[in-house]
Write a protein that binds this ligand. Structure first.
Ligand SMILES: C[S@@+](CC[C@H](N)C(=O)[O-])C[C@H]1O[C@@H](n2cnc3c(N)ncnc32)[C@H](O)[C@@H]1O
Length: 211
C-alpha cells in the first residue's frame, strides 16, 4: 500500500464525538498517522505479521492503519468506553477482523499484560499536561514492559531530554525518528483559533538494543 493511499484510508476513520479534555483526547491526524505507520512498516519492519499494541488507542487510527499494513493482530487499549465504541464501528466499517480492544486504565494493567506480551507498541499517549503530570512516562514505561521488540511513541518536543535521561535509567536506547508538526483542528471551547499547531517528537526504542 502506498503512503498516499494509506493516508486517504485513514481520513475515513471517525474520531472523538465529544473529546474529553482530562483524558487528552486529541486524535492523531491522518497525515501524521500514515507517515508514522509507513516508516514503522517500511524502515523498521515492525508491523507486518506482528502483534501490535496501541496504548491509549482512542478511536483507533493507529491500530486501523497497522491492520491495513498487514499486522498479524492489533490490540487497542483505552480507558474511555465512548472512544472504544467509535473504534469498534471504525473497525467494522473497514472490515478488519484482526483487531481486539481492551478497556482499561494503562496505569493499572494486570501483570500478565506487562510481560513482553506483544511484538510492537505504537502510541500517541497523553502528554501529561492536564492535571495528569507524568502520564506520558507511565505510558512509556508500560509500553517497554509490554513490547518484545520495539516501542514507537509521540512526545512533546520539550520532553526530549527528560525522556533521554529516563531511557538511560531504564537501560534502553531511544532515537528520535522525526520531529512532526502537529496540527489540531479546534476541538475544545478554549481553542480560539480554527486550528492549533505544535511540534511532537516521534521516538523509537528498539528493545534488542538494551544497553
Ligand atoms: C492523544 S489521545 C490519542 C488517541 C489515539 N491513539 C489517536 O492516535 O488518535 C490519548 C488517548 O489516551 C487515552 N487515555 C488517557 N488516559 C488514559 C489512561 N489512564 N489509560 C488508558 N487510556 C488513556 C484517551 O482516552 C485518548 O484516547
Amino acid at each position: 500500500m502506498k503512503l498516499k493511499e494509506l493516508e486517504s484510508c485513514l481520513q475515513q476513520v471517525d474520531t472523538f464525538e465529544n473529546p474529553k479534555l482530562l483524558l487528552e483526547q486529541y486524535p492523531t491526524r491522518p497525515h501524521i498517522a500514515a507517515c508514522m505507520l509507513y516508516t514503522i512498516h517500511n524502515t523498521f519492519g515492525d508491523i507486518e505479521d506482528k502483534v501490535v499494541a496501541d496504548l491509549g488507542c482512542g478511536c483507533g487510527v493507529l491500530s486501523i492503519g497497522a491492520a491495513m499494513l498487514g499486522a498479524g493482530f492489533c490490540l487497542g487499549f483505552d480507558v474511555d468506553e465512548d472512544a472504544l465504541e467509535i473504534f469498534r464501528t471504525n473497525a467494522d466499517e473497514f472490515e478488519l477482523p484482526n483487531i481486539d480492544l481492551v478497556q482499561c486504565d494503562i496505569c493499572s494493567l494486570p501483570a500478565q499484560c506487562l510481560v513482553k506480551a506483544v511484538d510492537t507498541v505504537i502510541m500517541n499517549p497523553p502528554f501529561g499536561t492536564k492535571h495528569n503530570k507524568g502520564m506520558d512516562m507511565t505510558f512509556l514505561k508500560t509500553a517497554l514492559q509490554m513490547a518484545r521488540t520495539s516501542v514507537y511513541s509521540l512526545h512533546k518536543t520539550s520532553t526530549r531530554e527528560h525522556i533521554q535521561k529516563k531511557a538511560a535509567d531504564w537501560n534502553v536506547k531511544m532515537e528520535v525518528v522525526a520531529e512532526l508538526r502537529y496540527d489540531l483542528p479546534a476541538s475544545y471551547k478554549f481553542h480560539k483559533k480554527k486550528s492549533v499547531s505544535s511540534y511532537a517528537l516521534f521516538f523509537v526504542i528498539k528493545l534488542y538494543s538494551r544497553l
